[in-house]
Ligand binder design. Structure first.
Ligand SMILES: Nc1ncnc2c1ncn2[C@@H]1O[C@H](COP(=O)(O)OP(=O)(O)O)[C@@H](O)[C@H]1O
Ligand SMILES: [Mg+2]
Length: 204
């Protein structure tokens, strides 16, 4: 793998932070600069992963099951999509990755972080994002943005205190490994968020 030519970038943050809104635009900006970009998401990204996503977003289950299904989908995603693309010198931009498991199943639902670290170590011992953009936003702002959605999935339906814990979990991940992250002030307007992203693109 040539570390100069490929990059693995992930977008993280609570539901409603603005990840999906900005990801396509971010990828397009990179393409305009001549990079070969693969856009993908978690859970999902592969046919099996998308089937697991349907289950994960809609069916009630224990937190351990939820965590293992997330990592099962992730293993498939890494083997089928992420690693082949990086090997082909492409840039991979993923809407969520393992940080989300620590934030949601760990901090949100109370699963022991050490168990999640074991799953992470098992599923991707030698792979971490080169860069993670953490879309940080007050929970009340994120929830207000989701208020107009007609249908909310099993995660989006959670209460504010759940998202407060998820947000705190993301902050803990950032503190554990600060060099991997750029924190985006996602409470700002769409235009202001784009300006923050443009600065990152220039720095890449
Ligand atoms: N900076 C922003 N200002 C105002 N509205 C935003 C902003 N970012 C996203 N939104 C809106 O909030 C909603 C959720 O955004 P989305 O990108 O789906 O969030 P996520 O993928 O992080 O859950 C969408 O309706 C989107 O248009
Ligand atoms: Mg989204």
């Amino acid at each position: 793998m040539s570390p100069d030519k490929n990059k693995f970038i992930t977008f993280e943050g609570v539901d409603g932070a603005g990840k999906s809104t900005h990801l396509a635009w971010f990828a397009e900006m990179l393409r305009q600069r001549g990079h070969d970009v693969v856009v993908t998401r978690e859970p999902g990204g592969t046919p099996l992963g998308e089937q697991l996503r349907e289950i994960l977003l809609n069916q009630t289950m224990s937190v351990g099951t939820e965590a293992m299904l997330m990592f099962a989908a992730r293993l498939e995603h890494i083997e089928q999509i992420i690693k082949p693309a990086l090997l082909a010198c492409k840039w991979v931009i993923s809407d969520r990755f393992s940080d989300a498991s620590f934030a949601y199943q760990g901090s949100g639902r109370g699963m022991d972080w050490n168990k999640l670290k074991q799953l992470e170590q098992w599923v991707h011992p030698d792979l971490q994002p080169d860069l993670t953009l953490f879309f940080d936003v007050p929970v009340a702002v994120a929830r207000q943005r989701l208020a107009n959605n007609i249908s909310l999935d099993r995660f989006e339906q959670e209460q504010a205190d759940f998202f407060e814990r998820v947000r705190a979990g993301y902050h803990k991940r950032v503190q554990e490994n600060p060099h991997r992250y750029v924190v985006i002030d996602a409470a700002q307007s769409l235009e202001q968020v784009k300006l923050q992203l443009e600065k990152i693109i220039v720095s890449l």
